[in-house]
Design a binder for this molecule. Structure first.
Ligand code: GRF
Length: 219
């Protein structure tokens, strides 16, 4: 059973999707640790409710980022994969390098478009006809690591940032546990800086839409 640590700052809906997936029969991963930089994060409450050890690591009591990152690293120790699920701080290079190939993130855009914040409004402002979410390996440059899987949704004429965010999040909840499952099965990896599926380099990220049967894409 692969042991997963989740790092989250917010309400934790992606964490919940991971907890739910881990509880399904046949799951090959377990969420064994949740860490937040915010004492009031919904993610911590969700962890408590699920009986998962939950840690608030207070950035304010750490003199610098290296010290904060060391506390994070200590919490991750012994786990196989670290999953960033709405963690709103930039991690230092040393921590990211240490966890290279064993740290993933979900980002609410079709990367490389719209790294950083306000992705939904930026997609609307650009009159994009499609938008979505990406699951990627974490590297030292924010939202720039190799993408494994993207879920694409159409942008409708009636959409605003809130409706887009809701539809993108629904896709995140589908694809993030799926990728963690693939990782647990040893099917997804980072090799020489390239994301691979079943030992083959992904020249392009895997792409699905809301109707795609995920089990088929990676069969
Ligand atoms: C998600 O939309 C994710 O893409 C972004 O942060 C948000 C976290 O939401 N990185 P939640 O806390 O999982 O509900």
């Amino acid at each position: 059973m692969m042991s997963v640590a989740v790092l989250a700052s917010g309400r934790g809906s992606n964490l919940q999707a991971l907890i739910d997936a881990a509880a399904r029969p046949g799951s090959q991963f377990a969420i064994r640790c949740v860490v937040s930089d915010r004492a009031d994060a919904g993610a911590l409450a969700r962890a408590h409710a699920a009986g998962i050890p939950a840690h608030f690591i207070d950035p304010a009591i750490h003199a610098d980022r290296a010290s904060f990152d060391a506390a994070l690293d200590a919490a991750f120790a012994g786990h196989d994969l670290t999953v960033l699920a709405g963690f709103m701080r930039v991690l230092g290079s040393a921590l990211v390098q240490k966890w290279a190939g064993r740290m993933v993130n979900v980002h609410p855009s079709l990367l490389p478009k719209y790294r950083g914040l306000n992705t939904h409004q930026r997609a609307l402002d650009a009159s994009d006809t499609e938008h979505g979410a990406s699951v990627h390996f974490v590297t030292e440059t924010l939202d720039s690591g190799p993408v494994i899987l993207q879920a694409v949704i159409p942008v409708n004429a009636s959409d605003d940032a809130a409706t887009l965010a809701a539809r993108v999040q629904a896709q995140e909840h589908r694809i993030y546990p799926f990728v963690v499952g693939l990782f647990a099965q040893g099917r997804v990896a980072l090799v020489d800086g390239v994301a691979t599926l079943d030992g083959k380099a992904l020249a392009m990220p895997l792409r699905v839409d809301a109707d795609t049967d995920l089990e088929c894409i990676a069969a």
